[in-house]
Ligand binder design. Structure first.
Ligand code: C5P
Length: 383
């Protein structure tokens, strides 16, 4: 996906660096266009290094304002100053970025950033109403402390929020009206108040699945064990710790779900009698373990189960183990991966096993990309 990122002259321009990084990470080709004022806040060199392409600064080089807007899927201006929004409202073409916006044949997204009094000014109100009426998408702003020291409305939305608003709005809504329930991350089983048994899991794949389902128009509930990841914007987020908490949260939310994707690395066992005080060290410690509920199996064997998708992280014999698991848990789709290729990483390679006996191998790619392909596969299976 090719996106033109316009940067105008506001202090929030430094956040555009993070925005480029996020868009590139999500597989976008980002073409940066900066106004003269923007170059006072952040250097074109920074943006060139992050986007991997030369930065456009002037309309006098060639007919770029036409060429660039023809090839792009969207133009995103972040930060968009009060002055730039006024230009767009009026249809000015006085520099490369405003010319591109006027000559575009793709959606335009603006992330306003300005002082709170500029934001409240009737002229800004009028301009904003006008651009909205013209079909421009406005992301943010947020309320909070501003660079000038004042507090109020006008802070630019955070880069992850802007990236996900743009990408979600551009993806085809193949899952609109569908409800997804996703589990992600590890579970923690207490040994005593400060020690746990857990599985290694970053939560990256589960969060990517939730994000991909959201981008395809689904309603998403994400039940997650502890991770360091930001919550996907737009999902109902249910944080849990133990497998039993995860099971209860899943059962409380499964009603009405069309799809259940069980990505969580649920601990198979918990400590039978966790100590209520810290166990002091010394000698051999023996812990009695008892099995945890199998959440996926329980959901898949409900009376009217949602379409269930399991995950199997194996260290070998992937196909054999995955097929056995699929049969034992009674799930129509199972995603297999090798733990050593996937754990904690941003990339993985997966095989999707279907109930028809087919196996689809997806080569090594970013988990975000694999998750989008998996969600497409699920959409096909339930249509
Ligand atoms: O741990 P196992 O390899 O059996 O996990 C396979 C699938 O079952 C995964 O989708 C996992 O989320 C799910 N599971 C579960 N509850 C458990 C164990 C695993 O839902 N107690």
């Amino acid at each position: 996906m090719k996106i033109i990122l316009g940067i105008t002259g506001g202090i929030a321009a430094y956040k555009a660096a993070e925005l480029v990084r996020l868009l590139v990470k999500k597989g976008c080709e980002v073409e940066v266009v900066m106004t003269d004022a923007a170059t006072r806040f952040i250097t074109p060199l920074t943006m060139q290094a992050l986007s991997g392409r030369p930065v456009r600064l002037t309309q006098w080089d060639d007919m770029a304002h036409i060429d660039l807007s023809r090839g792009a899927e969207a133009i995103l201006v972040a930060p968009a100053t009060a002055d730039f929004i006024a230009k767009i409202a009026q249809g000015h073409a006085s520099d490369l970025l405003s010319s591109l916006c006027l000559a575009r044949n793709c959606p335009l997204f603006l992330a306003p950033a300005m002082n709170r009094q500029m934001w409240d000014n009737p002229a800004s109100r009028r301009n904003l109403a006008q651009i909205r009426e013209d079909g421009v998408h406005v992301v943010g702003p947020l309320e909070g402390v501003q660079a000038c020291g004042e507090t109020g409305m006008g802070r630019m939305a955070e880069p992850d929020e802007i990236a996900s608003a743009v990408l979600s709005s551009l993806s085809p809504k193949i899952l609109s009206g569908k409800k997804f329930l996703v589990t992600a991350g590890p579970t923690l089983e207490a040994i005593d108040p400060v020690r746990v048994i857990t599985n290694l899991s970053s939560g990256k794949m589960g969060y990517a699945v939730a994000q991909a389902a959201l981008a395809s128009g689904a309603q998403v509930v994400l039940v997650s064990g502890p991770t360091c990841l930001p919550r996907p914007i737009g999902a109902k987020f249910v944080p849990v710790a133990s497998a039993r908490e995860m099971r209860d949260a899943v059962m409380a939310n499964v009603g009405g779900s069309d799809v259940f994707v069980s990505v969580a690395a649920v601990a198979d066992y918990r400590v039978a009698n966790p100590s209520s005080s810290k166990i002091k060290k010394g000698g051999t410690l023996t812990l009695a373990l008892e099995p945890n509920p199998d959440i996926l199996q329980e959901v898949a064997n409900m009376k009217n189960p949602p379409f269930c998708v399991g995950f199997a992280a194996e260290t070998g014999n992937l196909e054999e183990n995955a097929l056995l698991k699929m049969k034992r848990k009674n799930v129509p789709m199972l995603v297999g991966n090798l733990a050593q290729d996937a754990l904690g990483r941003d990339e993985s390679e997966i095989v999707i096993f279907g109930s028809g006996g087919g196996a689809k191998r997806l080569p090594r790619a970013a988990k975000t990309k694999l998750a989008a392909q998996l969600v497409e596969e699920i959409a096909r299976a339930i249509s």
